[in-house]
Design a protein around this ligand. Sequence first.
Ligand code: R5P
Length: 236
Amino acid sequence: KRITAILPFYPYARQDKKHRGREPISARLVADLLKTAGADRIITVDLHTDQIQGFFDGPVDHMHAHSQLADHIREGYNLEHITVVSPDSGRVRVAEKWADSLGGAPLAFIHKTRDPLVPNQVKSNRVVGEVEGRTCILIDDMIDTGGTIAGAVKVLKEAGAGDVVIAATHGVLSHPAAERLASCGAKEVVVTNTLPISDDKLFPSLTVLSIAPLLGKTIREVFENGSVTSLFNGNA
Ligand code: R5P
């Protein structure tokens, strides 16, 4: 009757626009490949940017791991001391949602610049906002090589932050992410298992939460023609 492709991690999501001439928009190609292969609908988690939903010709259920990650933070840390930090200016709106869900916590962000000709390398970082003595919850959609997030931890520490806790949905963890994260000074690194994390990438401060409950509930709503939006209390 209908084929639904479930992609906990949507590949090539960061290639959602031309960053310079003659680059492909590979995230769109992935959507076309899925459609051509016969997918009618997609369920996915924390796309790099919301507009990727529009690349696929059919319904896209864009789920968010925010609730699971935020529950973990609420259980482990004193909300009064928390500042939510976005690792770049593009993620400030997501950080605002985090701040709301953590009792109206203050916000800060890292001003990050990259050289478009040098992949996976950040040029410079500085903190915008007040982080001194605060428990910083540093959020991101994914950790790939760990360069962005380790750089952010460094500037937060230099700015006088207290504990830094990293919360990201996708643990891509390309080499040397595990080493960088383990030694960057973060108190805890929390990711979900939208991608399998092999044993050699595990380190003591890494917590891996299961995305299965969220996907299970979503699949049920889709197949019973229920409401996926209801899973976000109407705020999807
Ligand atoms: C950037 O816009 C993304 O949200 C991530 O911050 C980035 O892609 C992570 O890559 P890496 O861990 O290699 O710095």
